[in-house]
Write a protein that binds this ligand. Sequence first.
Ligand code: GDP
Ligand code: MN
Length: 386
Amino acid sequence: MKLHEYQAKQILHDVGLPVPQGEVTSSPEGVRAIAERLGRRVVIKAQVLMGGRGKAGGIQLANTPDEAEQIVRNLLGKRLISPQNPQGMVVEKVLVEEAIDIAKEFYIGITVDRTSQRNALMVSQYGGMDIEEVAATHPDAIATVDIDPCIGLTDYKAREVLYAAGFDSALIRPLAPILHGLYRAYLACDANLAEINPCALTTDGQLMVADAKMTIDDNALFRQKRLAAYREESAEDPIEAEAQQRGVAYVRLGGNIGIIGNGAGLVMCTVDEVARAGGKPANFLDIGGGAKAEQVRQAVEIVLMDPNVKGLLFNIFGGITRGDEVAQGILDALQTMDIRIPIVVRLAGTHAEEGLALLRGTPLIPAETMQEAARRIVSLVQASAT
Ligand code: GDP
Ligand code: MN
């Protein structure tokens, strides 16, 4: 899960890092009020979960509360597009902060290094909006150090990496605590990425967290109670959020053929097969091993929350999952919901015959193989569209 800048900044503030004062809001009037409270020049920052907001027009300075309000009137509801995110994201919230006068911009980041199998700390004197370009053209301008998980980030390691990046010795003493703080927050939140870019050196010599980014390991969310609340504030796909609530492995793909299967590999394969047959998969949904009828019914409910779905394909290869249990779940769905789209069902493996027997005499369309099932649902959906 990606955190918004304002959420990451709250976390970094709480571990003691210097974060500019500010508040988040979703209304122009709110912006005016915050700007008045701050009582000085402010920076307005679109809270969208994408990189490159600055270049996309999502970061703007305002000298007066009037100006701040005006900027946000234009910004809210606008879609920001950046090279990192060509689809773009719509601005729904902004962070209003006291503007700082930046003299230099540094980069500080921690992420998992899969090669060393450790967390890696990276720093550069050339932070800011072009850090990707720095990484590509001057990789030596970024210094990296692995953090030993048993020892943690020692002060000498923090200094070593700052020296290696060529930082002025006068900056090393004040920067080291920021490295330590970022690492503390990274560990405490079960993050797999934490970045301060830029860490700003102001014209009066202060260091400030001007931008912060954090990504949390989804597998740790169960023990991150505080972050679970952030999840609701995050602009996730509403169906994916609902599926997550119910513990269903669902990913929205944007097409019109709903896909449900058991086992991630089989479902991915089914998605490919539908695409190969000329169809557009609406989603990935894995009911997992040994799913009971109620889970199957819930899976149908989730997939049909997407109004674009014009046909549904079940692909079940039963091992511990039983064909009759799945068939019963689909029938329960038909009973409890008003379903008017074709449903093709391929059942094989454990209790497939019993399952197929249950489906006889119902509107469900059986198919022998995955290929046949994919072709069938694609042609049915195409026929209904014309
Ligand atoms: P990003 O483009 O999504 O990474 O957004 P950032 O928050 O990093 O902002 C982009 C750039 O805007 C920064 O690199 C700064 O140059 C500038 N910026 C951000 N906040 C301030 C501020 O308070 N004052 C000034 N002068 N510039 C800022
Ligand atoms: Mn940034």
